[in-house]
Design a protein around this ligand. Structure first.
Ligand SMILES: NC(=O)c1ccc[n+]([C@@H]2O[C@H](COP(=O)([O-])OP(=O)(O)OC[C@H]3O[C@@H](n4cnc5c(N)ncnc54)[C@H](O)[C@@H]3O)[C@@H](O)[C@H]2O)c1
Length: 381
């Protein structure tokens, strides 16, 4: 196990709470008045994900898509043609020099996020950056510090956190419907593209980790991380992996990511002392199921004897499926970015949540032993 060198999640939120004062927006009156103002944004990166951001900014009444930037301008033009023909640039400096642009959305490879975000902050722009927030926690820390110092919003696009299912999970956990969390088991497997620059943990686990960070009160701040992976096809990196972290109360989180599975599974089980929730993201008829089922363990003293006997009882109650709205998560994400800027507050998936995810990923990489692992496995006799 490796310590992710965690910071206290609550403390990091406190650091951002003063953002409103620094930005200069003061209360709800300003906020309501400002809701009518349209913010101008440039999308940087017009590859696979950038066009989705461009489309959602375009369809929002609170945003105007001012420009698309990509080193490959032909690609940027192709995207621009589908979203009302905003200006196209190859060099990000062109949009950073434009004072009418309020914010940038960075959808370039992770290794470029830090440099682009730092340039954008220097130019006074608010930033939403794709997951993973950066290529290292050191870079993520610098980005958070710089945004705070300049009183600018830094948001991480943890898209899943804006799905109706994840919003509902967070609500149920917060109101205590599940009780204390005993374990979380997340599975994200399919036939995936073997990425040139990252292993399966860095490619897929940011989704699971950011969701778990979002739904757990206080965020994901584990003391230790263990990781076990395998590269049975000789890709030079883990293509299948398991990541484990303990929960404070003796429970645990387990994440299984895999690029080699012929079946696609997107499932998370969240078990609590009161109820257990199962999220099957590939079942649109019933993405969420809440089971009033579980095991209760009671300790009893047998009469006339000193020994303590454990009595197991099973709860076999109802199962119900919470109703969920149908809404594109990215649309809610761009609205949250705009609201955070207008209201001068940290967005729900701020740069600190991006940093917490990176710390767990780094700890997993530090602990990772590709099978056959010598150091932390026990030989079978
Ligand atoms: N939120 C999600 O669910 C989700 C899904 C997919 C990808 N992503 C993330 O989005 C980011 C981009 O991924 P992708 O799959 O779209 O990558 P991609 O390789 O398809 O596209 C990246 C684009 O960025 C451009 N680019 C690179 N450096 C640039 C620079 N300095 N200035 C301008 N343009 C530059 C490239 O020319 C390319 O067109 C990654 O961080 C990825 O993890 C997020």
């Amino acid at each position: 196990m490796v310590s992710p060198n965690v910071v206290d999640a609550a403390a990091s939120w406190d650091g951002l709470r003063g953002l409103g004062a620094r930005i200069g927006l003061s209360g709800s009156a300003d906020t309501v008045a400002d809701m009518g103002e349209v913010l101008r944004v440039a999308v940087i990166g017009a590859g696979y994900w950038g066009p989705n951001l461009a489309r959602n900014f375009t369809s929002s009444p609170h945003w105007q898509l001012a420009a698309i930037v990509d080193l490959d301008t032909a690609r940027a033009h192709r995207v621009a043609d589908t979203v009302g023909s905003p200006e196209v640039f190859a060099d990000v400096e062109d949009v950073l020099a434009d004072p009418s642009i309020d914010a940038v959305a960075i959808a370039t490879p992770a290794r470029t996020h830090h440099a682009l975000a730092m340039r954008a902050f220097a130019a006074g722009k608010h930033v939403v950056v794709e997951k993973p927030m950066a290529d290292s926690s050191a870079h993520a820390r610098e980005m958070n510090d710089e945004a705070r110092r300049r009183g600018l919003v830094l948001m991480t696009d943890h898209t899943y956190c804006y799905t109706p299912a994840v919003q509902k999970i967070r609500e149920l956990i917060t109101e205590g419907a599940l009780g204390d969390i005993l374990y979380i088991d997340s599975t994200r497997i399919n036939l995936g593209l073997v990425q040139p620059d990252v292993d399966v943990f860095w490619d897929l686990a940011p989704h699971d980790l950011s969701i778990i960070d979002f739904v757990l009160p206080g965020g994901l701040v584990p003391s230790e991380v263990s990781a076990y992976g395998a590269d049975p096809i000789g890709a030079g990196k883990a293509c299948v992996g398991h990541l484990m972290t303990p929960l404070e109360n003796g429970g645990m989180v387990h994440v299984h990511v895999n690029w080699m599975s012929p079946t696609k599974i997107r499932q998370m089980v969240i078990a609590g002392t009161r109820r257990t929730l199962v999220w099957d993201d590939l079942n649109p008829q019933q993405r969420l199921s809440v089971y009033d089922r579980g095991i209760d363990l009671k300790h009893q003293t047998s009469e006339g004897e000193e020994r303590i006997a454990a009595m197991v009882s099973y709860r076999l109650g109802d199962t119900w499926a919470p109703a969920l709205a149908e809404r594109e998560a990215l649309s809610a994400m761009v609205e949250e970015f705009g609201a955070a800027i207008r209201q001068g507050r940290a967005p729900r998936t701020d740069g600190e949540s991006g940093l917490r995810v990176l710390k767990v990923l780094e700890a997993a990489s530090a602990d990772l032993q590709l099978a056959p692992a010598e150091s932390h496995s026990v030989r079978v006799a």
